[in-house]
Design a protein around this ligand. Sequence first.
Ligand SMILES: Cc1ncc(COP(=O)(O)O)c(C=O)c1O
Length: 406
Amino acid sequence: MVTLSNPTKYLGNELEYLKRVLEGESWSATGGGWTNTLEKEFAKKLGSKYAVAFNSGTSTLHAALEAAGVRSGDEVISPAITVIMDSTATIHANAIPVYVDVDPQTFTMDPKDVAKKISSKTKAIITVSIYGLPVDMDPIMDLARQYNVVVIEDNAQCMLSTYKERPLGTIGHMASYSFENTKHISCGEGGIIITDNENYAEHVRKLGGHGFKNLKAEEGRVRLNADVFQNPNYKRHDMLGWNYRLSEFCSAVALAQLERIDELVQLRIKSAQMFIEVMSGCDYLIPQCTPHDRTNSYYTLGVRYEGFESIGVSWENFRKAYIQEGGDGIYGAWSVPYLEPMIATGQFNKRYPEIYGKLHYEKGLCPIAEMIQPKLMQFKTNYRDLSLAESKVMVLDRIIKKFKKR
Ligand SMILES: Cc1ncc(COP(=O)(O)O)c(C=O)c1O
């Protein structure tokens, strides 16, 4: 019997399931075992008809954009406060990223700016539920209907959140999740797409599975009939695809985490609530606002830091003081995507000069995002138990008091 002396992540059935994968015949999703079960259970939990597992929460976005019909030169709208992957998936689909600004309180995509930037060239909108908070989906879905645009929810940072009492993930046409190391469910690297649309489900599965012709919305196995499949006359592929499949090892670990997802999400929510509580008396740590019609699953606790203006302490020095006192590292927000060198220096333009040759994004494009990005702090919420979170909350409390006294 294998045991781990110091499991650094949540442990439920992960070890047992890994052992069973090792004992099984197929370690690939094409065998249909663990990945298939993960897909069924994930779809059930999120309340959607179909789920298709992927090897990352970026390959999901790439496949979703392709399945949405995004083609060379089309425009894809995404927010200015997010990771680079929404842009890279767009560029890998040979489409043009169009950036919209965010709301300064929720840090999520501003539907009013979407209304300004959507046009007949727009083929998809990627809504990003940043730090675990759903985007204001209704106005975006209205615009999508008006312009016949596909909405892809990027819920890599969001699990089991709700918008107007509806589960997030079931509002857009497709929703993408990541199982990367820090996410609510993690198997190291991985992802999944959910959708109620059978065509999209089949399309993304084939795109991620080498375009095998016998892949279907609910069918991930490729060798359905050995006599047919092994025959030299058999033609296998009727679509251009990639290999974006999730291995059975990763699926088994993700499944074990899915079994405990309510508990894992609650741990993050409760940790965030404790941090928010100690920030309540402090005018310079302003937590991400969660409007009454939404719930937040707190991938991290996003906070706008106004301490330089309020107490004369820089972002860097506040972080340093918190860590010196025993707190965890505080991540800043990623640069707005169009100011990352890959885009800002025009490095990506070379990829497809006919499409990207003249494309250039100016500083000032999304002023609110550019203003809040350097101020954002992400407080860790993925603690294994609440007493550990509480000890970090007490550290923050001490730091707030220390800076008040000066
Ligand atoms: C909002 C968002 N979208 C997409 C991704 C990409 O996911 P992955 O790292 O699994 O490719 C991430 C994760 O880093 C993310 O946070």
